[in-house]
Ligand binder design. Structure first.
Ligand code: MTE
Ligand code: MO
Length: 469
């Protein structure tokens, strides 16, 4: 690298626009990435590093640390950072993920840093209440290290007295209620949608859903404690997490205020999951649980609640987690034109057997097991299974279902079917579809619901199996 001209940090800082050239540093290398920025797969965020070191960003989005990407970067090299400036860089030792907890070693890892992992499908349907260490983890950022002694929840916004509550306040000043609710990521089953055409997103297989018992304080009680009387001007409830990116922007989302008007919506500030304090990965010490609403709005590591006329201004509310027509691509997409996903559509998945597996019949029958769920508290009425592409549909037995009215069914159902299979078949497809209490049913294929972010992937679940004697 001695062949390169030497630059100082001050030189690099001057190059932050296309006109002056966009320069960045990585370790002791100086790079002119002007021609690369428009093609950056991650979009505009790359401009946050303009004139600066990309090391902290790459530590945060560790997917970059791969030989292919380093190779691409090397093609933009123009210089070497002066010794004095390079020495000051301690980024090598600063792994923002060093404090992340241990995870279930049997998880399928979709991304290591930030951690995103899901259980294999057969493990998922072993229990109606998903054990905490089998519950998928979807983190956008490093897990924040929060000391309960210092922790407060800040609450404010329209019509409220600015209030700070400790965890102890939340446990002692309000009733403790429990809600059993499934939480599902907007990208669950994205891996199937990707087979139609690639999308941008983590390749969730079908395990980005879990059903747990959440306990904590009713949100409405907490807001009344902070002086809430008049809801007429409030339209959205915003939540901010304590997990932050390198520019100190925290994860955030919001829900419409109607979720609060209706006490049957069961929105709680949860400090327990399955009877234990919330684990680090699931939001310790506090998260909001909004039953029936997409995972992304169930903000973990909750630091602040704001009542507002506006939705959360966060990236995840405004420019992500929205659905589009299959004909919209990254060149034509206008995120302002679409509504933020809230309640999710009806979905199901076959978890046993797994796709492409070898199965033995039992008295000429195949045992099929899975889950079904619908957003907004809709009840699952029926799950239909076919082994011959819809000539004959069998109704699965619902093995577990909560005893709740349609509109307040927050849990998933687990189902099981034993379907006759022609013994001469060596291979077949099994399809599943669920029907909810609005008589909404899953779409048949992914072709016509494909969208560039790969969200709302709720088409029939279709698997292929090999029948062995
Ligand atoms: N809250 C914060 N603060 N940070 C996050 O990255 N991820 C969201 C949501 N809440 C997230 C968050 C998304 S997209 C999902 S799907 C759920 O948390 C995942 O919850 P889990 O990890 O407990 O399964
Ligand atoms: Mo998610």
């Amino acid at each position: 690298s001695t062949a390169y001209p030497i630059f100082s940090v001050t030189d690099v800082r001057k190059h932050t626009t296309k006109e002056d050239g966009i320069w960045v540093t990585y370790k002791d290398g100086v790079y002119n990435i002007t021609d690369f920025v428009d093609g950056h797969p991650g979009g505009d965020v790359i401009m946050m590093a303009a004139g600066n070191a990309i090391d902290p960003f790459w530590n945060l989005y560790a997917v970059h640390k791969q030989p292919q990407i380093l190779k691409i970067l090397e093609t933009y090299r123009i210089g070497t950072l002066s010794d004095a400036d390079a020495e000051g860089d301690s980024s090598e030792t600063l792994d923002p993920y060093a404090g992340d907890p241990k995870r279930n070693p049997s998880f399928i890892i979709n991304s290591e840093k930030p951690y995103n992992g899901e259980p294999p499908l057969p493990m998922l349907v072993e229990n109606f209440i998903t054990p905490t260490d089998v519950f998928y983890v979807r983190n956008h950022l490093p897990v924040p290290q929060i000391d309960v002694e210092d922790y407060t929840l800040e609450i404010g916004g329209i019509g409220l007295r600015e209030t700070s509550l400790t965890l102890d306040d939340l446990k002692t000043k309000f009733p403790k209620v429990s809600v059993t609710a499934a939480i599902q990521c907007a990208g669950n089953r994205r891996a199937d949608m990707t087979k139609v055409k690639p999308v941008k997103g983590l390749n969730w297989n079908g395990g980005a859903i879990g059903n747990a018992v959440w306990s904590g304080a009713p949100l409405i009680d907490v807001l009344k404690f902070c002086g809430l009387t008049d809801l007429s001007k409030i339209r959205h409830i915003q939540f901010e997490g304590l997990d932050m990116d390198v520019t100190n922007v925290s994860y955030g989302a919001s829900i419409p205020v109607e979720k609060l008007f209706n006490p049957h919506c069961d929105v709680i500030l949860a400090y327990e999951m399955n009877g234990e304090p919330l684990p680090l990965d699931h939001g310790f010490p506090l998260r909001v649980i909004v039953p029936g609403v997409v995972g992304a709005r169930n903000v973990k590591w909750l630091g602040r609640i704001i009542l507002s006329e506006e939705e959360s201004s966060s990236h995840w509310q405004q420019n992500d987690y929205k659905g589009f027509s299959p004909s919209i691509d990254w060149d034509t997409v206008d995120f302002k034109s679409a509504a933020a996903i809230q309640e999710l559509p009806v979905i199901s998945a076959i978890c046993v057997p797994t796709n492409e597996s070898n199965v033995k019949l039992k008295d000429g029958k195949l045992v099929v097991q899975g889950y079904a769920w619908s957003g907004g508290g809709c009840k699952i009425l029926r799950v239909d299974i076919t082994a011959d592409k819809g000539k004959m549909w069998y109704t699965a037995d619902i093995v577990n279902q909560e005893d709740a009215a349609a509109g307040r069914c927050w849990s998933w159902v687990l189902w099981k079917a034993e379907i006759p299979i022609d013994k001469n078949l060596k291979q077949t497809e099994i399809w599943a579809k669920a029907v909810d209490s609005n008589y909404n049913v899953q779409p048949e294929s992914f072709e016509n619901i494909w969208n560039l972010r790969g969200v709302l992937a709720n088409a029939y679940h279709k698997i292929k199996i090999n029948i062995v004697q």
